[in-house]
Design a protein around this ligand. Structure first.
Ligand code: NAD
Length: 339
């Protein structure tokens, strides 16, 4: 089996590559990544010498380069993680989100049509469903929940999902889609909530929380997400969407307080900053379909996952300190000033 993993130098894609090479040592994995600010080749250092792994620096919007790679490698499965993934950046500059998240998806699927494929899998997000009200804890997103996006990021992901389903219906492309809740774990880029708070708390810097911090997210340990995708690409039904979530809802302020407690830092570091424009209130996934059809369930309890994650950030300071000291610092200063 030869699997193309796009966006494999990013957070979830790299975790997926490690998981797959370990679980299926006979598979060949080809990582396609443009290495944007969010892609980090050093993340893939542990597998660079693996003879079953190849890294290719390619933009998924570059049709010629993508087609050449298909001609050379003849993949059996494509798993498309590559995306611009940060909501705040999409509010600042939507254009690149439309290019990578929509056009890039179309280019990858056109290559699959042209050269043939056993499965094209699109890694999507629960954000395509919009948000739920805070006063209705009984409501969850199911696969039937209408698409109702809030940000340029989620709109671009939703557009890609619609294209994926259209390629299935129109061309018979064997597709699947997973819509996952918020992931956390190793190699998470330090602009996202959990690693940002860990890094700032370790440096005794203020912990910037949007508004009152009451927005609710459903957190899933990244390895559980990787297991779900592995199951879907092998056993999921073609043309289907699968929601993937942890039934682990926490407000942002709860998360930050847990991190303070784990690191022995005072909650007085928490600073409330102006809320994100159009900030979604609550995301909550109903994972009944993937549980009943494929036997998937979240295995990592949040109490354990957050400890493992913090331990990883403590033991791999060089990885994130290098990122923070580079280009990311300029972006951080623009967003949060010198806080
Ligand atoms: P990330 O930002 O950490 O990584 C994205 C990767 O894609 C980077 O390595 C980047 O270099 C690469 N990339 C960007 N543009 C590219 C292009 N044009 N061509 C090739 N490579 C390109 O993102 P992530 O958090 O790992 O998310 C991966 C996928 O999972 C995304 O599709 C995202 O929408 C989805 N998702 C993420 C979460 C989450 O909590 N992080 C939750 C649900 C779904």
């Amino acid at each position: 089996m030869n699997i193309f993993v796009t966006g494999g130098a990013g957070f979830i894609g790299s975790n997926f590559i490690f998981y797959m090479l370990d679980k299926h040592p006979e598979y060949r994995i080809v990582c396609i990544d443009k290495l944007t600010y969010a892609g980090n080749l050093s993340t893939l250092a542990p597998v660079m010498d693996n003879p079953n792994f190849r890294f290719c620096k390619v933009d998924i919007c570059d049709r010629k380069a993508v087609y050449e790679l298909f001609e050379e490698e003849h993949p059996d499965i494509v798993v498309n993680f590559a995306a611009e993934s940060h909501v705040d950046r999409s509010i600042e500059n939507p254009e690149v989100f439309l290019d990578t998240n929509i056009k890039g998806t179309a280019v990858m699927m056109d290559a699959c049509r042209k050269y043939g494929i056993q499965r094209y899998h699109q890694v999507s997000t629960d954000e395509v469903y919009g948000d739920l009200p805070l006063d209705r804890p009984d409501l969850f997103f199911t696969e039937e929940t209408p698409i109702h996006t809030s940000s340029p990021y989620s709109s671009s992901k939703a557009a890609a999902d619609l294209l994926v389903l259209a390629y299935h219906r129109t061309y018979g492309l064997p597709v699947t889609i997973s819509r996952c809740s918020n992931n956390y774990g190793p190699y998470h880029f330090p602009e996202k909530l959990i690693p940002l708070m860990i890094a700032n708390a370790l440096a005794d810097k203020p912990l910037p929380v949007y508004g009152e911090g009451l927005n609710v997210r459903d957190w899933l340990y990244v390895e559980d997400h990787c297991k779900a995708i592995d199951l879907i690409i092998h056993k999921g039904r073609v043309g289907e969407v699968y929601n993937v979530g942890g039934h682990n809802e926490k407000t942002n302020i709860e998360i930050v307080k847990i991190i303070c407690k784990e690191l022995g830092k005072p909650e007085s570091l928490i600073t409330h900053v102006e809320d994100r424009k159009g900030h979604d209130m609550r995301y909550a996934i109903d994972p009944e379909k993937i549980s009943s059809e494929l036997g998937w369930y979240p295995e990592t309890r949040f109490e354990d996952g957050i400890k493992k994650t913090i331990k990883w950030y403590l033991e791999n300071r060089q990885w994130w300190e290098t990122i923070i000291s580079g280009e990311y610092q300029k972006y951080y200063e623009k967003m949060y000033g010198d806080r």
